[in-house]
Write a protein that binds this ligand. Structure first.
Ligand code: UDX
Length: 460
């Protein structure tokens, strides 16, 4: 099938390359001529594991190409995907101007029976709106608009596309459903569930899914705070919860607050949609507020751990991306926490395997290092904000010798108190007692029972 992907960003590029991998003929289009030129030269302007190889392979097979021109490719396409940005607008709503512009651009070129597929995350009712926009430009044209939300996580996007839990097709007519079923037939053969519903439900499924996943994260962060007060271990609690098939293990890792290009934007849009349609989403409203305040409170916790030495202290931040395996820093906790530490008088150094260049555009006065040990040389404390494997496998004894202080604050719970104690480091993490030897000292009788009940043999 001939496919055009309008928008060659994180979603458009990955989706386009994966559709080519399924055997379709795909042209990715972007108004950013520099981005298209870079792609044409075989380079990939974003970091996504496996994407560059997938692009090269499908270009070599003649199934994937790039163009700054929209009309030409759109005029030949059976399916025209809209994967342009839908950034946040004031008040939490989303800005639909880019996607409406894209719809107006393709309208004059579309062939009869073309299916416009909205891949971008859009609020409920947008597909119907886009149908009006196109119909105004092409009176009498027979076409369809469908919703096909993506559930790709940065860092695992290719795996998520090729092995999805489900494919959601929002279609208001049979032709759209048929074209999208054909498009995803290779995945259907692998028994991937394909849900066909109307466009409004598909748009709602996307937002409700992201809001719910974000709620899971916000909840386990709250549980971590409680564990710290009662001497519990959030890792044990999360495991005990997650073994319940109705809850599941994923998205129960405490952290510095969720970031990225989706959860912060989508939760706010979901709240705005609730307000607009008089169905207030108060749980998600609370989540949004708490997630932002968490980043501030965790910055204050760093200062509290440093005490009166905070002003003038040197700290190395490990991790600038909003999560591991991406170079994306959008709404990353580091971009909130680092300026707060600087305002309190700390000298900040930073390391990130992929995101330094992107982070440097948002930070000032931060000494970037491409070696984590160099970043930690002579510092009073290390602060872990992103769960890169580079940090999980760090040589803690070498780190301890490199630092001048001994404080490691780990907001991703990448280490165990025992590991840190053995390395002579003072360890602060989320939802767990400071270290094995102090665990007993701070627990009440009740939580001691909790500790015994949850401690696995290797905890003894
Ligand atoms: C998310 C959704 O998972 C994906 O389905 C959707 O299509 C796009 O938005 P993404 O933003 O790439 O994907 O990353 P994700 O892995 O969901 O993490 C989002 C944020 O939550 C990150 O800041 C991450 O660090 C944080 N997180 C995630 C936690 O703090 N704890 C967890 O257990 C999981």
């Amino acid at each position: 099938m001939k496919v055009v992907m309008i928008g060659a960003g994180y979603v458009g590029l990955t989706t386009g390359a994966c559709l080519a991998e399924l055997g379709h003929s795909v042209t990715c289009v972007d108004t950013d001529a520099a981005r298209i030129k870079t792609l044409g030269l075989g380079a990939t302007p974003i970091y996504e594991p496996g994407l560059e190889a997938l692009i090269r392979k499908n270009r070599r097979l003649g199934r994937l190409d790039f163009s700054p021109d929209t009309k030409g490719p759109a005029g030949k396409a059976d399916a025209i995907f809209l994967a342009v940005g839908t950034p946040a607008a004031p008040g939490g709503d989303i800005d639909l101007s880019h996607i409406e512009t894209a719809a107006r651009q393709i309208a004059p070129a579309m062939k009869p029976n073309a299916v416009v597929v909205v891949k971008s995350t859009v609020v409920v009712g947008t597909c119907r709106r886009l149908r009006e926009v196109i119909a105004e430009k092409r009176l009498g044209l027979d076409f369809s608009v469908a919703s096909n939300p993506e559930f790709l996580r940065e860092g695992t996007a290719i795996q998520d596309f090729l092995h999805p839990d489900r494919i959601v097709i929002g279609a208001d007519d049979r032709r759209a459903a048929t074209v999208l079923e054909e498009l995803y037939a290779p995945l259907a053969k692998r028994r991937t569930p394909i849900l066909i519903t109307n466009t409004a439900n598909a748009e709602l499924i996307k937002y409700a899914s992201n809001a719910f996943l974000a709620l899971k994260i916000g909840f386990i962060n709250d549980v971590a705070d409680l564990c710290e007060q009662v001497g519990g271990d959030v890792e044990a609690v999360a495991r005990g919860m997650g073994l319940d098939s109705r809850i599941g293990m994923s998205f129960l890792s405490p952290g510095p607050g969720f970031g990225g290009s989706c959860f912060p934007k989508d939760t706010r849009a979901f709240v705005a949609t609730g307000r607009k349609h008089r169905a207030r989403q108060s749980l998600v409203e609370t989540l949004v507020a708490k997630n932002e305040s968490r980043k501030n409170s965790l910055a204050r916790r760093v200062l509290a751990e440093l005490g009166e030495r905070a002003r003038g202290a040197r700290i190395a931040v490990f991790g600038l991306a909003f999560k591991a395996n991406t170079d994306d820093v959008r709404d990353s906790a580091a971009l909130t926490i680092i300026p707060l530490l600087q305002q309190a008088g700390l000298a900040v150094r930073a390391h990130d395997p992929q995101a330094e260049a992107n982070a440097a555009r948002h930070l000032s006065g931060v000494e970037m290092h491409d070696c984590m040990y160099a970043a930690a040389k002579g510092v009073d404390a290390v602060l872990v904000l992103t769960e890169w494997d580079d940090y999980r496998t760090i040589d803690l004894k070498r780190l301890s010798k490199t630092m001048s202080g001994s404080l490691v604050i780990d907001y991703r719970n990448m280490f165990t108190p025992r590991q840190m104690a053995l390395s002579g480091l003072r360890y602060v993490s989320l939802g767990r007692s400071a270290s094995p030897k102090t665990a007993g000292a701070v627990v009440s009788k009740a939580s001691k029972a909790l500790q015994l009940a949850t401690a696995a043999p290797n905890h003894l």
